[in-house]
Ligand binder design. Structure first.
Ligand SMILES: Nc1ncnc2c1ncn2[C@@H]1O[C@H](COP(=O)(O)OP(=O)(O)O)[C@@H](O)[C@H]1O
Ligand SMILES: [Mg+2]
Length: 211
């Protein structure tokens, strides 16, 4: 049985995370790999219930620390119930957002200290980290325009204002700079096909795809 891998997709609203995750999943399946796609917040029954508390409603409904605790509660449920069992079976797990989003949104965005977020990570997941993180980078206005075109009720974070979104874009580029072994910053302004081709070459280079 081949070894499972854990790949996360990160970036601001409308950067193309969900689109690119689905395309990569298709490519990996064509190569004969077993692939699970999942998302955060969510990805398990309890975590999806917590998701609704986070992505719907008024932008100011939680104070930042409460928001972080909800994200880590959802993450622990998701990883313990969905991600770890799939990896143990040798599946490739692709995840739409993961812990870097918490650092970007609640750390850089809301100004919570990074050490508090790192401590919560250690407590809930220990040494477990993604094998590869693809951070999609796009000007804030373009991302929000794309996200608005998508519609839906899950727009709590989209409504947090331009300055917030600029801070989290900066945060994601800092995270990529601090973790060059794990993270690759991908320019997301190009067409869907060109971004996919770039992601394909990064995955081929970093993670051998034997079925
Ligand atoms: N490279 C791209 N160029 C133009 N539009 C895109 C591109 N990638 C995605 N989109 C569109 O932008 C919207 C947001 O993409 P999505 O994958 O949902 O972003 P995210 O999951 O990062 O919020 C969707 O309507 C999608 O079809
Ligand atoms: Mg998405």
């Amino acid at each position: 049985m081949s070894q499972g891998r854990f790949i996360t997709f990160e970036g601001g609203e409308g950067a193309g995370k969900s689109t690119q995750m689905d395309l990569l999943a298709g490519l990996l399946r064509q190569r004969g790999l077993r692939v699970l796609t999942t998302r955060e917040p969510g990805g398990a029954v309890g975590a999806e219930q917590i998701r609704r508390l986070l992505v719907e409603g008024e932008p100011g409904r939680w104070d930042p620390m409460t928001e972080v605790l909800l994200h880590f509660a959802a993450r622990r449920d998701h990883v313990a119930r969905t991600v770890w069992p799939a990896l143990a079976e040798g599946q490739w797990v692709l995840c739409d957002r993961f812990a870097d989003s918490t650092m970007a949104y609640q750390g850089y965005g809301h100004g919570l200290p990074s050490h508090a977020i790192e401590q919560l990570y250690d407590m809930t997941l220990g040494l477990f980290v993604p094998d590869l993180t693809l951070i999609l980078d796009l000007p804030v206005e373009e991302g929000l325009r794309r996200a608005a075109g998508r519609g839906g009720a899950e727009d709590r974070y989209e409504r947090m204002g331009m300055a917030f979104h600029e801070r989290l874009r900066h945060g994601f580029t800092e995270i990529a700079r601090h973790h060059p072994q794990r993270c690759v910053l991908v320019q997301a302004t190009a067409s869907v096909e060109d971004v996919h081709a770039r992601i394909r070459s990064v995955v081929e280079e970093r993670l051998p795809m034997q079925a």
